[in-house]
Design a protein around this ligand. Structure first.
Ligand SMILES: *Cc1c(COP(=O)(O)O)cnc(C)c1O
Length: 375
């Protein structure tokens, strides 16, 4: 049996006719950038996550970059974040000449550790912001992080690239702190037909500036108030996302049901693996974890992965090398051993196939193969 890590064709098939109609309408209009489809999407996403303002972007990375530009983050500024995330979280800080300051993760959630954040903030009281990442689709400890942001008078900027639709007792992912961003990269829970992203924020003045920065800092055509960039979203991507967004809650429910299935089936085997923990399960929220990824910690992880590959089962490592150990960040001066939980996660974590169309038969096979490996 083949079990891919993700199969986007299965999501596409039932929506094909509608998607192609919307794409054709954009083609017929020849209004190819931003436009009414983008305005519709911005309003829909803002409503969906509970944000005041939303600005579509060419990618999640560009969404973050233009937000940090709008906040004036630059040389000499320190921004605290986790070393166990996708590269863009820290690279956008570095690209602006600012310094990412890493903080180790919580071993249960893989999200930024609050005690470690407190210690690092005490050492770095001049920090300009905190970037928690809602990794795998479950929010970081926003109660504590927002309180720390208040205490130090700095903004909390949420990397919600993997978490559109995830709920936290304080609100929707991305819309809890001062600002946040989403990615519509095809493998995210809401995926475009290519690259796209979005910033959301509370403050209207900030939104106005981001909107201008998206288009080379212009408010009036060819008069540049700020130095921005080309961070525009394609109208076709917005049209595709407008078709898909109404299905997102159903897809999240599908992912959650498959996570439950894994949890029950894997628990029956008394395996030495650690299952993901739902830390907000008692909060009475439907989508407190939306499982962009289902991550287990596995002894002999690389051997298990080789076994699964041979059995026709897709898997992935998010992420194999923490950011403080990346070659391009050597100049930051971190050493191996400095963030032991991030480094351990890189050695132990494994993503199993999870997507709404995954069948019970496929999941049973994945569980059997994992059990066979440890037998
Ligand atoms: C996907 C992702 C990004 C970047 O989004 P793109 O749309 O690929 O630029 C940033 N942060 C995290 C945590 C991500 O998973």
């Amino acid at each position: 049996m083949q079990v891919p890590l993700l199969d986007l064709k299965l999501q596409y098939a039932p929506l094909k006719a509608q998607l192609l109609r919307e794409i054709e309408a954009v083609a017929d209009s020849q209004a190819l950038l931003l436009g009414p489809q983008t305005e519709k999407l911005e309003k829909a996403v803002a409503d969906y996550c509970g944000a005041g303002h939303a600005i579509g972007a060419s990618s999640g990375t560009d969404a973050q970059l233009m937000l940090l530009m709008a906040l004036g983050i630059g040389p000499g500024d320190k921004v605290l974040t986790t070393p166990y995330t996708f590269f863009a979280t820290a690279s956008c800080v570095a690209r602006l000449g600012a310094t990412p300051v890493f903080v180790d993760i919580d071993p249960v959630t893989f999200n930024i550790s609050v005690p470690a954040l407190e210690t690092t903030l005490a050492r770095t009281p001049d920090a300009k912001g905190i970037i928690p990442v809602h990794l795998y689709g479950q929010c970081a400890d926003m109660e504590a992080i927002v309180a720390l942001g208040k205490k130090y008078g700095i903004p909390v900027l949420e990397d919600a690239a993997q978490a559109l639709g995830a709920r936290h007792p304080l609100g929707g992912a991305g819309a809890i702190g001062e600002a946040g961003w989403f990615s519509f990269y095809p493998t995210k829970n809401l995926g475009a037909f290519g690259d796209a992203g979005m910033v959301v924020c509370r403050d209207e003045k900030l939104a106005v500036k981001i909107r201008a920065l998206r288009n080379h800092g212009m408010e009036v055509r060819y008069y540049h108030k700020w130095i921005g960039g080309n961070f525009r979203i394609d109208a076709i991507q917005s049209a595709v996302l407008n078709v898909k967004l109404p299905h997102l809650d159903t897809w999240s429910a599908g992912r959650r049901a498959r996570a439950d299935f894994y949890r029950t089936a894997l628990s029956r085997h008394a395996l030495p693996i650690t299952l993901p923990t739902e830390v907000y399960a008692d909060a009475g929220l439907p989508n407190h974890h939306i499982y962009n990824q289902f991550i287990v910690r596995a002894p002999k992880r690389d051997e298990l992965r080789a076994h699964l590959t041979k059995a026709g089962i897709g898997s992935e490592i998010y992420y194999p090398l923490p950011l403080h150990m990346q070659e391009c960040f050597a100049y930051l001066g971190y050493e191996e051993g400095e963030f032991p939980e991030a480094e351990r996660a890189a050695r132990e974590s494994l993503a199993l196939p999870i997507f709404p169309e995954l069948t019970e038969e496929q999941q049973t096979y994945v569980v059997e193969q994992i059990a066979a490996f440890y037998r």
